[in-house]
Design a protein around this ligand. Structure first.
Ligand code: SAM
Length: 221
């Protein structure tokens, strides 16, 4: 009987489609697995406190609309004023995934810490997906050909409406001229809860999606 042999290319290390560790380690793994050109410099277009890069030796340019976080570039990632074309090997994007949570003091701190300061009401169809197309246009502009876009997207329930933000993002990335290459599910220890809601009724609220896009018409290297 002939035994099947698994042929593994030299240096090949597979990546799991489900991730239980932290974002920083996952980003490093994604850079090593998907990058087909040098992944640096990296633009983190929603830097906040830079939690992704704690202990990372990567060359990261920080951008945030909120000057409170002291990013290198204080700016709107839907405009990226002054950022040159084709400057980055990777763009990382972790946009707000909920709208403002209320007016009391603790909610305000939550809003600032997680960037939940962007309008998300009836006019926006109770969704933040309207942020994606202008950002995607800029991400494509500032990325080198074949550069990577790594986006962390969490589906949301807003005003009792369940939104499929990660599907919106993938469709819009495709429309913007990216190739959507892959999707990794990152699991939290439990669903997000807050002072406004203490139970979550959708299983997918326990995880977020990392979407891997290439600035190219094809995904293969
Ligand atoms: C979810 S937080 C990012 C957290 C960050 N990845 C971390 O690990 O520390 C979202 C950030 O996006 C920023 N932001 C929201 N809209 C933006 C925009 N249009 N342009 C740039 N930054 C924006 C917010 O100020 C907030 O700091």
């Amino acid at each position: 009987m002939v035994q099947k042999e698994l042929i593994v290319a030299e240096g090949y290390r597979p990546i799991s489609s489900v991730w239980e560790g932290n974002d920083g380690d996952l980003i490093e793994n994604m850079l090593q697995f998907y990058a087909s050109i040098a992944p640096e410099p990296i633009l983190d277009a929603t830097y906040n406190k830079g939690r992704f890069w704690k202990g990372s030796p990567r060359n990261v340019v920080s951008m945030d609309i909120n000057p409170k976080f002291n990013p290198m570039i204080v700016g709107d990632n839907r405009v990226m004023a002054g950022v040159p074309d084709g400057a980055f090997g990777t763009v990382v994007y972790d946009p707000p995934h909920v709208g403002p949570q209320g007016r009391d003091k603790s909610s305000k701190k939550f809003d600032e810490d997680f960037g939940a300061t962007v309008a998300c009401g009836k006019e926006q169809d109770w969704s933040l997906s309207y942020l994606y197309p202008p950002f995607l246009e800029q991400a494509k502009r500032v990325l080198k050909p074949d550069g990577l876009l790594l986006a962390k997207i969490t589906d949301m329930v807003n005003s009792h409406r369940s939104k499929w933000s990660h599907c919106d993002f993938m469709r819009m990335a495709d429309e913007a001229g990216f190739t959507v290459c892959d999707l990794i599910i990152k699991i939290r220890s439990g669903p997000m809860t807050s002072t406004k809601w203490s139970t979550a009724h959708h299983a997918r609220k326990r995880h977020c999606f990392w979407i891997i896009c290439r600035n190219s018409s094809r995904c293969e290297r």
